[in-house]
Design a protein around this ligand. Structure first.
Ligand code: NCD
Length: 329
């Protein structure tokens, strides 16, 4: 039985995917393994092969905030699992005519939806929806305010595992606007649950939460010091839409201190990988030479988004099987 907005049932299986918080290492590894079994399907480019795992299921994308990569990869993932997909355009839906969020949800339930994929500017929105929707519906958090973005963290973990194998010896640095980043919060939880040796955050004091150390990270204010000898560097966008007041001098000044260049990257390990959840602001958080350079795995992260979302959606709807065993449709 599911209680409240808990994410797993009494057997420890996923029902909702709202946050990395509270999820066990084994479950995260299971998600990565299932995603890995989908990567060959997801990489098959134009001759898209589908698996019938979610045939007959209806998945609704509820995006109250703009998104490119996340929404489209959720849609592709659902289609490759043979689900029917509804994309609710919130700006033209009845919510903008004054209908409450719950009334919109109950109408979608009446249309027999099985899953809501939710992105919302308010922290806690996906948890709220999971708590109030019909019991047969699974909810996936596609980013809520500055709180959590758990599918992004899992696609990042898959990308790291594909390049580095074992998590335990790794030193990972997350650079930039930690204060407003739902991605950073989810990544720190996932990296620590998977047992990496050290997670560092590197940021000016104005872009760090008060209790940054309580997240289980080492804090640095100097980029070169912070990226010294790391295996993975994750760059973050300045989340200007969430900033109130001046937290930074100028973008040029920020780039001088925290922008990643090829020269600075030499301080990391020779085989370092550079990641970014996108969208990148070239010349603000990183140089184009780094974004497009040999250490960058940024576009692999995007491809992995499809496989990871296929894994999580099929696990939440309780029908995951080994994709290799499936006939295609
Ligand atoms: C992130 C987000 O929306 O939280 N992007 C994403 O999902 N790919 C990060 C960002 O917007 O900077």
């Amino acid at each position: 039985m599911m209680k409240g907005n808990r994410q797993t049932n009494s057997k420890g299986q996923l029902k909702h995917f709202l946050s990395i918080d509270g999820l066990k290492r084994d479950l995260l590894v299971e998600i990565l393994n299932n995603a890995e079994s989908f990567t060959s399907l997801a990489r098959q480019g134009r001759s898209v092969k589908k698996v019938p795992l979610l045939r007959g299921k209806t998945i609704t994308n509820l995006f109250f905030e703009s998104s490119t990569r996340t929404r489209t990869t959720f849609e592709l993932a659902a289609k490759r699992l043979s689900a029917d997909v509804l994309n609710l355009n919130i700006s033209t839906s009845a919510t903008s005519k004054g209908e409450s969020l719950l009334d919109t949800l109950h109408n979608l339930e009446a249309m027999h939806c099985d899953m809501f994929v939710v992105r919302h500017a308010s922290s806690g929105a996906a948890h709220f929806i999971a708590k109030h929707c019909a019991p047969h519906i699974s909810v996936i958090n596609a980013g809520d305010g500055s709180h959590s973005h758990p599918t992004q963290a899992m696609l990042d973990m898959l990308t790291i595992r594909q390049h580095k194998g074992d998590f335990t010896p790794l030193r990972v640095a997350i650079v930039g606007d930690i204060l407003h980043s739902r991605v950073a919060r989810s990544q720190v939880l996932a990296l620590n649950t998977l047992g990496v040796s050290e997670v560092r955050v590197i940021a000016p004091r104005t872009l760090l939460p008060f209790d940054a150390r309580a997240l289980g990270v080492h804090v640095y204010h100097d980029l070169i010091e912070g990226i010294s000898d790391v295996d993975v560097v994750i760059m973050l966008r300045l989340q200007k839409e969430r900033m109130s007041g001046a937290l930074l001098p100028t973008e040029a000044e920020y780039f001088k201190l925290y922008g990643l260049t090829e020269e600075k990257l030499k301080h990391a390990k020779e085989d370092v990988i550079v990641m970014h959840p996108g969208p990148i602001n070239r010349g603000v958080e990183m140089d184009s030479a780094v974004a497009d350079g040999k250490h960058s795995v940024i576009l692999e992260q995007v491809s992995n988004g499809i496989a990871v979302r296929m894994a999580i959606m099929s696990m939440c709807l309780g029908t995951h099987q080994d994709a290799d065993m499936e006939d295609t449709v």
